[in-house]
Design a protein around this ligand. Structure first.
Ligand code: NAP
Length: 495
């Protein structure tokens, strides 16, 4: 199916989205009627203005969540489940509209945006199924004198903060389990990509979500709005997806009021190709792990370690595939690689490439910023990258692959683990022993074994080290939004 991307269709898609704050089930202006501009990274043009919340608006949103919490927690799990299921179906029925919005505000090609709509919807289907499977426990103390009744309770009002790179899926990955568990919430999306979240709030309302359960606050003053909420004592849980740098700041704020946290932070994924790998599979995996979302993914392959004996062949085949990609606005049907999110994002990529070249890296393809509007950067492959280069220690967040070579297994495991991050690692080998051995030794939360894609709503997504705390998705995803409560019950023996 083709998406209508004519000018009138684009104007209509943007016009259809509410641009206000969503608080207590009503669309409302920000204090003073303030707004900020949302731009199209493919053209640099302004798409629309949305409400720019002040700290007082954040407080109103949290008050609405707090007011709705008790009644929401008391709803039947089946009722919560069916709201999520309906929302899942509405999202899929609006795939084209949502994909177009996401492409306009974020830049990814329409085919990837359609993929993200399906991925995002799947979190609602998954958690609609989990909502009715929350159970407790019943046991006897070792001395036989007491019974232990264990119940699960929603943690309470949550603050959810999302990044711009997966505008819809990062929202549903948090809203889905929070709704399923019986929590109310305030969601603050990234200012670059508020439209997908605002559209999602409309869909959840249509699906029957009661007022106050989800509140959405768009703002350019993230720190000013969020800090008082975290310090105020009413937020019971912060679920954050974003950079490690901001994650550290928020963890410090949460410490003061002992707010529970889930942190999905940055990555610096190693992508390891052993000499026995199937190179067709490894090149396919590299294309996915590097180029999904133009490289703007926490799971992006950041450091490619290729065994010296296959490095030249791998680099040549991979570079040929990279060079064949079409760069252009995501709304163009043939586009494989859209623009980066903004001038700063592209500037960072340019600096990282320049630094690598100063340290004697070689360009196999790409490496030059094109003229013209939009924040485009070409698919780029660098070889002979020094392990000291800045891009080996920084999230590139762009379509740049940095290849370095290795000689033996111990050496590559040490190099792969030599980072503060530990989100995901990719491993290409046909040797099962080696796959398990290296898979166990990599200090990461997820391993892609002969694949460049690990994201799946049914799997526990998350990292170790400074890539985060907690997991999203899978059976454990809902746990992040539940507390244990136990009741001690003495039982007397019959006289
Ligand atoms: P970011 O700069 O950390 O921002 C993430 C969100 O936090 C945005 O909504 C941002 O709003 C907000 N924020 C920033 N400073 C804040 C503060 N002091 N208090 C409260 N909120 C604050 O990250 P990004 O550039 O949007 O996203 C890219 C990063 O996200 C990468 O590091 C990527 O690896 C990570 N990520 C991780 C996962 C995962 O699952 N592990 C998934 C996707 C992305 P403002 O922009 O207004 O500051």
């Amino acid at each position: 199916m083709t998406v209508d991307v004519t000018r009138p269709a684009v104007v209509a898609a943007v016009a259809a989205v509410p641009k206000q704050l969503f608080i207590g089930g009503a669309w409302t202006d920000a204090t003073g009627g303030r707004t900020f501009a949302v731009g199209d990274p493919a053209t640099g043009e302004v798409l629309c203005e949305v409400a720019d919340a002040a700290p007082a608006d954040g407080r109103r949103a949290l008050d609405a969540a707090v007011a709705a919490q008790e009644e929401w927690a008391a709803t039947a799990p089946r009722a919560r489940s069916e709201i999520l299921r309906r929302a899942y179906e509405i999202i899929l029925s609006r795939t084209d509209e949502l994909a177009l919005l996401m492409t306009l505000e974020m830049g990814k090609p329409l085919k990837e945006a359609r993929g993200e709509v399906a991925y995002a919807a799947e979190f609602f289907r998954w958690f609609s199924e989990e909502a009715v499977r929350v159970d407790g426990g019943y046991g006897t103390t070792p001395d036989g004198a007491n019974r232990i009744l264990i119940m699960r309770r929603p943690v309470g009002p949550c603050l959810l903060i999302t990044p711009w790179n997966f505008p819809l899926a990062m929202g549903t990955r948090k809203i889905g389990p929070a709704v399923a568990a019986g929590c109310t919430m305030v969601l603050k999306p990234a200012p670059q990509t508020p439209l997908s979240t605002l559209a999602l709030a409309g869909i959840l309302t249509e699906a029957g979500l009661p007022p106050g359960v989800l509140n959405v606050v768009t703002t350019t003053d993230a720190a000013g709005v969020v800090e008082p909420l975290l310090r105020g004592g009413d937020v019971r849980k912060l679920s954050f997806t974003g950079s490690t740098q901001v994650g550290r700041i928020l963890l410090a704020q949460c410490a003061d009021t002992v707010v529970r946290t889930s942190m999905e932070l940055g990555g610096n994924a190693p992508f390891i190709v052993f000499d026995d790998a199937d190179l067709d599979v490894a090149v396919d995996g590299a294309m996915t792990a590097k180029m999904r979302n133009m490289g703007e993914a926490c799971t992006a392959a950041n450091r490619m370690f290729v065994h010296r004996s296959v490095a030249d062949e791998f680099a040549a085949r991979f570079a040929e595939r990279m060079a064949a990609l079409t760069v252009g606005p995501g709304t163009e049907p043939g586009s494989d690689v859209g623009p980066l999110i903004d001038a700063a994002g592209r500037g960072k990529v340019e600096e990282l490439v320049e630094d690598a070249l100063r340290r004697d890296a070689k360009v196999v393809t790409g490496g030059t910023t094109p003229d013209g509007p939009g924040y485009f950067y070409p698919p780029t492959v660098l070889t002979d990258v020094s392990r000291d280069a800045a891009l080996m220690r920084t999230e590139i967040f762009g379509p740049v692959a940095a290849i370095t070579t290795f000689d033996d297994e111990d050496e590559v495991v040490r190099a792969a683990n030599d980072t503060e991050w530990g989100l995901v690692g990719y491993l290409f080998t046909r040797d099962v022993d080696r796959a398990l051995r290296v898979g166990e030794r990599l200090e990461v939360g997820m391993v892609g074994l002969n694949t460049g894609l690990v994201s799946n709503p049914a799997a526990p997504f998350g990292g170790v080290k400074q890539s985060g705390l907690g997991r999203e998705g899978g059976r454990v995803g809902i746990e992040e939004f539940l507390e244990y409560k136990y009741v001690a019950i003495p039982v007397r023996n019959r006289a």
